[in-house]
Design a protein around this ligand. Sequence first.
Ligand code: C5P
Length: 232
Amino acid sequence: MLSPNPILVALDVGTAEEAVRLAKTLGPHVGGFKVGLELMMGPGTATVAAVAALGQPVLADAKLHDIPTTVARAASQLGRLGARWVTVHAGGGSRMLGAAVDGLEQGSGGRRAGILAVTVLTSMTADDLAEVGVSGSPGRQTARLAKLAATAGCEGVVCSPEELGVIAQVAPRLLKVTPGIRPSGVTGHDQRRTAAPAEALQRGADYLVIGRPIVQARDPVGAAAAVLETTD
Ligand code: C5P
């Protein structure tokens, strides 16, 4: 694990000001932040730079999927903005993943940064995969894509808590970043396949992406501290 604190807070808010305010408040209590599509499509990717400037690692959850050259250039831009990690859909294939790795390295200018491959979205079932021509279970497809990600030089994967075991088996060196985390007693919101923080860490997660249970809590610092307490 890269940080003694495994919590990456998903800053799923509408403005850069709110994201920075939350990141300042939560900074000493968490391991880093995730800036997702809502912020990148609204206030823009400058939000990545604004949050990164506070000093904690930032995961730019751009979920890139395009031709290798375009993905390499996009990853390079996010590296320039200070992203510690950038997400890319593993389904784009090994040439695209490799291009993302190279682009991010170039843009980061010697600062440590890595690509996280999104394997199978946690929202997808076996039926959804069949619809797009992929036969087999989400676990099997995840294993295939995780191997691809490792071979292409990705630092890690984003996966559901249920897939942690299979990834540890097929690609043990990959960093495992896991959303769908719900402390016990907290609503699942729209997440379907969830795990409690301690359970996900026991299954091998390196980082836990947690959004609403912390961001929408009346006391976000208290909520983050409560999550950490359960993982001791
Ligand atoms: O609020 P919550 O804890 O559900 O937030 C989880 C975050 O992780 C959201 O930003 C969501 O977009 C993201 N995510 C996810 N499942 C994935 C990939 C990313 O929930 N497979």
